[in-house]
Design a protein around this ligand. Structure first.
Ligand code: SF4
Length: 333
């Protein structure tokens, strides 16, 4: 029987479905420090440029420059209708809506070939903002909020792709969730092009606890889908599974949900542990529940037991062994 162990042991092998292909993300070009803003400035974000940038391949896009408005240029804003705003310059009221829409249509088609696993947009921009971008009446008073024109076209073309704004990524929980979704989507993209029923079952099995940590409802729904897959073609399955899978991961995790998963997983190893080791595990989970240690502590301890007890079902769980880069980025936050 294993004795008491400290949770700082070497990592076990990574979970399957962790393709070695680079993780490619779109990004609003000004966030990387390029002087493409209307005033010739930039909005370099140190986390994106210096930390995340070391582990992903950026595809920088500046819709306003690429649509031909040049730098410097007259500032623009959204006007008229929050649901379907127009893109107009602030001072001379030039309407650039159609030009931006034409550009966006072509650019999203090009981006399709690059298989992006996520996109980081610049907040508040009438082209790049994904939420709460101010929309004005022509006389200048505030009407409401909407989405930047390019961001809206991107979301319509890539509804599953994880997106975030740089401002929201300063929130630890949102940042961690974004990184998790990006890597999960990357795994799904790699699988969905060569999907077979057997591979889908293996993928689903490996992600069970990760799904449970986000949404019980999706966990059950996806289980039913995989369990009763016969009437569907592989194409239909890929579409429905991919949609539900990414929707599940967008649901916020909580300490309570994690504790539930940890207890579930611990149930698989406890029987083979000594009393002292069981107590260690119980203590690590309660310390996490009470906010004394991060989630990585009980997870590392469980991984240790899974490895030495050689529990095949748990060894392949992504929840316990995410990709090393993902782990590094998530621990960094
Ligand atoms: S917010 Fe978007 S359009 Fe504006 S400078 Fe940055 S990348 Fe270009």
């Amino acid at each position: 029987m294993p004795s008491r162990v400290a949770p700082n042991h070497p990592l076990p092998a990574e979970a399957p479905f962790a393709p070695d292909l680079p993780v490619r993300l779109g990004i609003s070009r000004c966030l990387l420090g390029e002087p493409v803003r209307y005033d010739g400035g930039h909005k370099r974000d140190p986390f994106l440029a210096d930390v995340l940038g070391q582990h992903v391949e950026w595809v920088p896009v500046c819709p306003e420059v690429e649509a031909g408005f040049g730098t410097p240029r007259e500032a623009m804003r959204l006007v008229d209708d929050a649901a379907e705003p127009r893109l107009m310059t602030v001072r001379f009221h030039q309407d650039h809506t159609n030009r931006m829409r034409r550009y966006a249509k072509t650019r999203v088609r090009e981006l399709q070939t690059l298989k992006l696993s996520g996109y980081v947009f610049k907040k508040d921009s009438p082209s790049c903002g994904t939420r709460r971008v101010r929309v004005y009446a022509r006389d200048g008073h505030l009407l409401g909020t909407g989405k930047g024109l390019f961001a809206e076209a991107f979301q319509r073309a890539f509804p599953l792709t994880p997106i975030e704004e740089e401002g929201r990524l300063r929130d630890q929980g949102l940042r961690e969730n974004f990184i998790e979704r990006v890597f999960a989507y990357h795994r799904w993209q790699a699988l969905s092009t060569r999907l077979t029923m057997a591979r889908l079952v293996a993928f689903h099995t490996a992600h069970k606890y990760l799904l449970l940590a986000h949404s019980q409802r999706h966990y059950r729904e996806l289980g039913r889908l995989v369990g009763n897959a016969k009437p569907y073609s592989i194409r239909e399955l890929a579409r429905t599974y991919g949609h539900l899978f990414m929707e599940a991961l967008a649901v916020k995790t909580t300490i309570r949900k994690h504790v539930n998963v940890l207890q579930h997983v611990a149930g698989h190893v406890k029987v083979a542990l000594s009393t002292a080791a069981r107590e260690d595990l119980h203590e690590a989970i309660s310390d996490y529940r009470n906010g004394f240690v991060p989630l990585s502590v009980p997870i590392a301890l469980i991984r240790h037991y899974v490895r030495i007890l050689d529990v095949p079902y748990l060894k392949d769980q992504v929840y316990l062994a995410p990709h090393s880069k993902e782990l590094m980025l998530r621990n960094h936050v």
